[in-house]
Design a protein around this ligand. Sequence first.
Ligand code: KG4
Ligand code: ZN
Length: 334
Amino acid sequence: MKDIYILGIESSCDETSCAIVKNGREDIATVIASQIDVHKDFGGVVPEIASRHHVKNITIVIEECLEKAHMKIEDIDAIAITYGPGLIGSLLVGLEAAKTLAFIYDKPLIPVHHIAGHIYANSLEKEMKFPLLALVVSGGHTELVIMEDHYKFKKIGGTLDDAVGECYDKVARVIGLEYPGGPKVDKLAHIGNPSYKLPIPLNDESYNFSFSGLKSAVINLNHKLKQRNEEVNEADLAASFQNVAITSLIKKTKKALIDYNIKNLIVAGGVAANKGLREEIEKLREELKLNITIPSMKYCTDNATMIAAAGYYAYKLGKRADLSLNSKSSDKLQ
Ligand code: KG4
Ligand code: ZN
């Protein structure tokens, strides 16, 4: 069978990335231009600044990727592009680059939903087995998705308000940690004790999550302690928050696995890099005898490798876009 090479482009937030993936499984070359240093001073991503940096970086990143792979665009079978969801100005930069390449070199254009990309980051680790449950945990999404086969997404639950990654970033800011705060809260949590009492959010029988109440509880507790001139133990606060957030994620994931009798679990999105979550998932693997896949750290946060991997399966299923494809800041997982 002929090998299929997909070139993926990702620019939905603050990473400009291009990657080439062989047969949906093998990372041939990945280049990521991160804007972390640019946005750090603002405590978060500034959309307009992000777009400008994507414009500056996009052609460099694509050229570097082809060079790294020792390939020419002519060798590529199709171009996969994150069309959404994300920051509209950022998305448009990658989309226009992808459309231009597809037009000039007469290559198929494959539209990829950003979360499908996060899910397919797992295909870079090992072959995906179905039916599977995907726990999607990123800066913008917290969802439980069942897949009976490739590209068959059935959302069974999700956050009713904030995404878990968003909550991590907010808690980090309260504690006084620099953007991006998620990994720093994770680190701090490991040296702290979960000694502060925080409410377990949406502790019910649904597959849904809620993190805004937990976020407010951390903010209020921090404020109250400071008002009383009591010392805030930041590591303990991080550990207390992380403990509750992960307990909630694991509880709903476990319930879905049991209720639907699913043995394949994958984790997707930036928060999949969380050490505490990875430890709890490992415990769940032993308890329920699961087949687990978690992307390696470099594929957890935004990258084009996962977009090219997802693009391969979409390509095989005949998904194509024409040059009228537009970016979408929000869209149903498809
Ligand atoms: O998937 P991602 O790169 O971007 C979105 O699609 O949203 O996820 C970024 C999110 C951020 O909120 C970041 O703080 C969080 O993932 N994150 C973490 C960790 N690493 C990244 N959250 C908790 N612990 C981590 N180790
Ligand atoms: Zn993402």
